[in-house]
Design a protein around this ligand. Structure first.
Ligand SMILES: [Zn+2]
Ligand SMILES: [Zn+2]
Length: 304
């Protein structure tokens, strides 16, 4: 999987940072988390294909996470897109879209499915063959959902030597075992998949926590994840402001990463008061809590 940070600013864009949007790319499919103003341009600059957008997840209805979606949907319509598109977000998202398109039926060249979740919602929002996405409310000034994209476990590695020892003939029986089916050999012996497969491999996972103050729920969402993308609006100079506005400092995010046992923290959603040098200093301080922090910047690509 690959993550591409498309916008890393909070509240207002700056000359070097666009508004919140992160693309997760898995086997060619693109999943957008938030869709701030300017997302379309950032998609083009990054080379992430808008035609491959599978779903868009809007965590909350603050404009810096939302105002890019109307323009993006218009462009997909002009593209003549045919593939269906899912949009997930809190209650009120449909009102915004209806107002933007001045129509209650949201008619496009493609089938748009808008799924809204009521205040306090928690649960699985998408469940496909190889992955699922869960939502959990965070702790922000308005109802805000965090997301966890989770690959399902992959079957263990096929042990060819063991299969030969057991006298299983090469061919379709191997495939059946790899797909979790038990087989019966000509001599009547039953072979179960665990006899030839290694341990199932854990799927990768990404937790997305924007916007929120430090919260146990973020820790739950990020438990043992491959990558935690967490807002870090403020530095240690503005702890009070972070608490008042229900945002996080870099140190808050580092605590979440540490307590969740995350493999890495990707920091984003920075106040425009900080330049790159200041952010590097803030990151270095937060490393006393959690070592593996990447300071996000626009168009940064991270393989996970
Ligand atoms: Zn925000
Ligand atoms: Zn917000």
């Amino acid at each position: 999987m690959k993550l591409v940070l498309l916008g890393t600013s909070s509240a207002v864009p700056t000359l070097t940072r666009g508004l919140s949007c992160t693309a997760l790319i898995r086997e060619g499919d693109v999943f957008l988390f938030d869709c701030g103003e300017g997302t379309q341009l950032q998609l083009m600059k990054s080379g992430v294909k808008r035609s491959r957008i599978h779903s868009i997840f809007i965590g909350h209805l603050h404009g810096d996470h939302l105002y890019g979606i109307a323009g993006l949907l218009s462009t997909l319509h002009l593209d003549g897109r045919e593939a269906p598109l899912n949009v997930f977000g809190p209650e009120g998202l449909r009102v915004f879209l209806n107002a933007a398109f001045r129509t209650p039926d949201l008619h496009f060249t493609f089938k748009l499915t808008v799924q809204e979740f009521p205040r306090g919602y928690r649960g699985r929002v998408l469940d496909e063959e190889e992955f699922y996405v869960d939502a959990l409310p965070l702790d922000h000034s308005i109802f805000c959902l965090g997301w966890r994209f989770q690959e399902k476990p992959k079957p263990g590695i096929f042990n060819l030597e063991r299969a030969q020892e057991l006298g299983i003939p090469r061919g379709p029986l191997y495939g059946k075992l790899q797909h979790g089916e038990k087989i019966k050999l000509d001599d009547g012996r039953i072979i179960t998949p665990d006899m030839v497969l290694g341990e199932a491999r854990r799927g990768k996972s990404v937790a997305y926590c924007l916007d929120t103050q430090f919260s146990e729920r973020s820790i739950k969402l990020a438990e043992q994840c491959t990558a935690l993308i967490h807002e870090t609006t403020f530095g240690p100079d503005a702890v009070e402001m972070a608490r008042e506005r229900k945002h996080s400092t870099m140190e808050d995010a580092a605590r979440v990463a540490k307590e969740a046992g995350a493999q890495q923290l990707i920091a984003t959603h920075f106040s425009s008061r900080y330049d790159g040098r200041q952010l590097a200093e803030i990151r270095d301080q937060a490393r006393s809590v959690f070592e593996n922090i990447t300071t996000g910047r626009d168009l940064l690509e991270i393989d996970i």
